[in-house]
Write a protein that binds this ligand. Structure first.
Ligand code: UDP
Length: 247
């Protein structure tokens, strides 16, 4: 564990004060929760895998011009990121019906959507992250219309890039969740950055040939082989992890 000062502890990560102003250290835990933390568990090695997978994807997104909070990986479980004020909206991008969309509308899981769609949820554990519309988001000031526009544009670019990335390794990107934050350059100016993490914890990833689930649904639905599925994703992305060097 780190000796740094903790700022915030979430379900799967701890945020520590960073070594320089304007930075944080993201520590990836092995803890997993689902259904608004009603289901809890530990997936051995998940933190190490998600740290590496998120580093990999965020770096590639940065290379194609998506502004992200990622600075660099520090060790097997920690990465240095820019300190942002998280916008309290989860952005969900869907390509194929699954999960809550299927439940809500009775659309069979696995049905391709006519086009990619974006949904928004207000981040509130107390209220179970309820679905909210664009009008409410701007009315409540969670984002102004310009920010909302930017966040939607960035989310679709992330979807295009990631769909291609995963298609190239035989995986269907079914859906995923993004979080964005405001990074203050000075008191007046801020930039919107992609924040949090991108990993099988917040993406649905299905094997393209067999539709085998290679993501957190294995934990949510007690399918077993959770760590193995995350390892498969890492391996197909070309990430090599030496368990001996975990620190
Ligand atoms: N998701 C997430 N965190 C949440 C809710 C959803 O990372 O709090 C991700 C989830 O892993 C999936 C996508 O967002 O890839 C869509 O999730 P959905 O709305 O279907 O909710 P779920 O069925 O997971 O409850």
């Amino acid at each position: 564990m780190s000796r740094r000062r903790p700022i915030y502890e979430g379900k799967a990560k701890i945020l520590y004060e960073g070594p320089e102003p304007g930075t944080l250290v993201q520590y990836f835990k092995d803890d997993a929760t689902a259904f608004n933390a009603q289901k809890k568990g530990t997936i051995e090695g998940k933190g190490v895998l998600n740290n590496r997978i998120s580093e990999h994807v965020m770096t590639l997104l940065g290379n194609v011009g998506i502004p992200t909070h990622f600075i660099r990986r520090l060790n097997m479980r920690e990465q240095l990121v820019k300190r942002v004020d998280i916008i309290p909206i989860e952005v969900i991008v869907r390509n194929i019906a699954a999960g809550s969309l299927s439940k809500r509308l009775g659309i069979e899981e696995g049905t391709p959507l006519p086009r990619s769609v974006i949904e928004f949820c207000y981040k509130s554990d107390e209220h179970g992250d309820p679905l909210v519309g664009e009008d409410l988001i701007t009315a409540m000031g969670w984002m102004n219309p310009r920010e909302l526009d930017e966040v939607m544009g960035l989310s679709l670019r992330v979807n295009d890039f990631m769909s291609g990335l995963f298609a190239g390794i035989g995986i269907k990107l079914v859906d995923f969740k993004l979080e964005f934050g405001r990074y203050y350059v000075n008191e007046e100016e801020h930039q919107i950055l992609l924040a949090d993490e991108i990993s099988p914890d917040n993406c649905r990833l299905w094997d393209a040939a067999t539709s085998e689930k290679l993501d957190k649904d294995r934990f949510r639905r007690d399918l077993g082989g959770v760590a193995e599925a995350y390892q498969t994703i890492a391996r197909r992305l070309g990430i090599r992890i030496d368990p001996q060097t975990e620190n």
